[in-house]
Ligand binder design. Sequence first.
Ligand SMILES: *[C@@H]1O[C@H](CO)[C@@H](O)[C@H](O)[C@H]1NC(C)=O
Ligand SMILES: *[C@@H]1O[C@H](CO)[C@@H](O)[C@H](O)[C@H]1NC(C)=O
Ligand SMILES: *[C@@H]1O[C@H](CO)[C@@H](O)[C@H](O)[C@H]1NC(C)=O
Ligand SMILES: *[C@@H]1O[C@H](CO)[C@@H](O)[C@H](O)[C@H]1NC(C)=O
Ligand SMILES: *[C@@H]1O[C@H](CO)[C@@H](O)[C@H](O)[C@H]1NC(C)=O
Length: 543
Amino acid sequence: MARTISLVIAHLALASAKTVRSPTPPMGWNSYNTWSCSPSEDKIKQSTEGLIALGLDKVGYNFVTVDCGWPSRDRDAEGRLQWNATLFPAGGKALGDFIHGLGLDYGLYSGAGYLQCGSTDLPASLGFEKLDAESFAEWGGDSLKYDNCYSTSKTTMVDSSSAESQSPARFQHMAAELEAVDREIQYYVCQWGIGTDVGTWASEIGTSWRISNDIYNAWRSIWRITNQVVPYFRHTKPGAFADMDMLIVGLNALSTEEERFHFGMWAINKSPLIIGAALDPNRLSRTSLEIISNKEIIAINQDSLAKQAQLVRRYTEEEWDVWIGELSGSRKVLGVANWKNNSQTVDVDLKSLGIASANTRDVWAAKDLGSISGAQKLNLAGHELRIWLLSDIVASAPLSSTTYYSATNASMSGSARVTSCPSGKCLPIGFKAGNIIEGASVTFANVSAKSSGKKLVGVDFVNYDYAFTTAWEFGDNVRNITVAVNGGKAKRWAFPLSGGNWDESGRLVIEADGFTQGMNNVVTFGAVGNAFAPDLVGFEVLE
Ligand SMILES: *[C@@H]1O[C@H](CO)[C@@H](O)[C@H](O)[C@H]1NC(C)=O
Ligand SMILES: *[C@@H]1O[C@H](CO)[C@@H](O)[C@H](O)[C@H]1NC(C)=O
Ligand SMILES: *[C@@H]1O[C@H](CO)[C@@H](O)[C@H](O)[C@H]1NC(C)=O
Ligand SMILES: *[C@@H]1O[C@H](CO)[C@@H](O)[C@H](O)[C@H]1NC(C)=O
Ligand SMILES: *[C@@H]1O[C@H](CO)[C@@H](O)[C@H](O)[C@H]1NC(C)=O
């Protein structure tokens, strides 16, 4: 049985409502990535037995979810959902008994719309929330993945733009009905991260909530979803996790290095770890199995602090990132991501990350590196995510700045304009420069630097241009911006999403070259080609 805790939920209609949550990210298997919306009793049983045979239960994977495609077309005379008897001859209750009999939890699936995803006629739960929640409890369900297809009509499967499709109300309704049944059922919200402030409302009702359109079985999904999860660190905590979607490890889409990158990136961001490959010992490769079974990576994901890692440095033209996440025991996880499909050597200065020294373990290599300090050279393979576990950390003085350069004080050219934001938004100044597109620029004069050369620059920005309809092509959630110092070469930076709407700012620390000592530096921000840059709040030079 899953380790569960109860958290008091403040914003539900029911008085003294409680819901069951997993304190750490859910881990399990789901039928969708292998079987799409065509599950069957045999297929589910095979992966349930495979999960045990492969020892995955021993490392924490403890539930099996039957995704879309399980119900019969027709509800019964009382309106209750029925299992398709051809596909599931023994029925849903018996399947749950089988899964429970092997010591695992039973995951169910429905949706907050008229019909299920991937079908034209299979019922979902809109309008039947109470009855369906009762059925889920009767069948012995331990979790419910609740999707968002056919939210506005029986003919449009995916509506992501209407207010109704984006509304929390249908999801809150099912949350309340799950609260009311006499069984502890975890709730996995699958609203796809559309609309605004999804982390705010979804973290109040669900153990997890999907932040994006589906993962696509290709490397490019990893960049897209990673750029989308960045701002959700504000909402991730014990019992509430941003869901980056089910894993594509073992689905023959990624190289071994890429499978490690994908699994590691999901792990440090505290995403649920939900295997999508069929758990057939004859089909799953040894290397993929070793990746999803890596106990040390899993321990980072399951750390009791439940803090999502944050993107702390990005080098876009060089194609690498630095991530840091806090762990229990005053430890940290450091992730260095090579987005380039070639090996490269990168320099990571621990001191600039606030770390004077730390005892370090290379987690994928399973190698202790001893106590390290200062500048580190890392030789990264193409598409490698190096993961270091840092303990016995001695902190160094954080970088600081003397002046904040606010967009309100910059000079605008072309279409760029400063607008004011609602109170408490666009932190830290309450304004942002927007409409930065081809030919526009935002220039800050009289920027001071204590010395000449390269500087870390903390840029406060707003980007909520999330990729949904473009997700299966090359939509990637980033907006490009260029930075030029003293008329030097304009360098490009890909900024991820910053928050939950167009007024919630985020910070990205980048490195810009060409400063001269003194107070007369000129820093210019611009767009790349005919595409909008992120909105710009301001920046500071960190020295
Ligand atoms: C059950 O599933 C089978 C296979 O997909 C399908 O042919 C059949 O129509 C379904 N039956 C009902 C009652 O939905
Ligand atoms: C990365 O490089 C390898 C080896 O050259 C190649 O097979 C693979 O297709 C590349 N992957 C991507 C996503 O470009
Ligand atoms: C710069 O911007 C800040 C914040 O908007 C403002 O308070 C300050 O007066 C401005 N300074 C100058 C020199 O314009
Ligand atoms: C920069 O500073 C100089 C003197 O320190 C001042 O004359 C000038 O107006 C300032 N320029 C801008 C754009 O603020
Ligand atoms: C950002 O710039 C790169 C390089 O010019 C380009 O390939 C990419 O499509 C741009 N992305 C966006 C979202 O504009």
